[in-house]
Design a protein around this ligand. Structure first.
Ligand code: ADP
Length: 169
C-alpha cells in the first residue's frame, strides 16, 4: 500500500530488503557493526565483503544511531546501519531508542541527498521488540519526518512475511 505524505510517498511492501532499488536501504545492525543473522546477515551476503570492510573501519555504533556505508553489490548506493534497542520490557528507553534509530537514518538520507530509503522492521526479530508497538513508532517517526522533509521522495517499509506486513498495515 502507498500513502502520500504531502508530496512524499510512504510505501509498505512485503518482501526482501536486499532486492530494493531505493537509493539507500537501512540495516538492523548490532552495535559492533559486526554482522549477524536476520536482515543483517542477508544484507552482508547480498552486498558482498566491501560493506563489512567499511563497517570494520567505522568500528561500531551506539544504540539509537546509524552509520553509512556504500551498498557494495546491492542495487542501493548506500546502507544505513541502524542499531535498534534490545527489548527488555519496554521500560529501559526502548521507544525513544527505536525512534532515534529511524531518525538517524532519515538524517543521513537528508544529509547525503538520498531521495529514497527502504527500511526493515528494526528490532522486531532477534531483538524482540513487539512488532505492533514497533510499527507504531516506526511509522509515526517516518510520517512526522516526511511532513517537514519533502526532500525525501520515498520511504518504503519492506516487511518480511505477511504477518509483519499486516501489523504495519
Ligand atoms: P533485530 O536484531 O533488530 O531484531 P533482525 O534481523 O533479527 O533484527 O530482525 C528485524 C526484522 O527484519 C524482522 O522482522 C525480520 O523478520 C526481518 N527480516 C529478516 N530478513 C529480512 C530481509 N531479507 N528483508 C527484510 N526484512 C528481513
Amino acid at each position: 500500500m502507498q500513502i502520500k505524505i504531502d508530496s512524499s510517498l510512504l510505501e509498505l511492501v512485503e518482501g526482501d530488503i536486499t532486492k530494493q532499488d531505493t537509493e539507500a536501504i537501512a540495516n538492523a545492525a548490532n552495535s559492533n557493526l559486526a554482522g549477524g543473522g536476520g536482515v543483517d546477515g542477508a544484507i552482508h551476503r547480498a552486498g558482498g565483503p566491501s560493506i563489512m570492510d567499511e563497517c570494520g573501519k567505522i568500528g561500531g555504533c551506539p544504540t539509537g544511531e546509524a552509520r553509512l556505508t556504500s551498498g557494495g553489490n546491492l542495487l542501493a548506493k548506500y546502507v544505513f546501519h541502524a542499531v535498534g534497542p534490545i527489548y527488555r520490557g519496554g521500560t529501559h528507553g526502548e521507544p525513544e531508542l527505536l525512534k532515534n534509530a529511524y531518525l538517524s537514518c532519515l538524517n543521513l538520507a537528508s544529509k547525503n541527498a538520498v531521495k529514497s530509503v527502504a527500511f526493515p522492521s528494526i528490532s522486531t526479530g532477534v531483538y524482540g521488540y513487539p512488532i505492533k508497538e514497533a510499527a507504531k513508532i516506526a511509522l509515526t517517526t517516518v510520517i512526522d519526518y516526511l511532513k517537514t522533509h519533502q526532500e525525501i521522495n520515498l520511504v518504503r517499509f519492506v516487511l518480511f512475511g505477511s504477518d509483519a506486513y499486516s501489523k504495519y498495515e
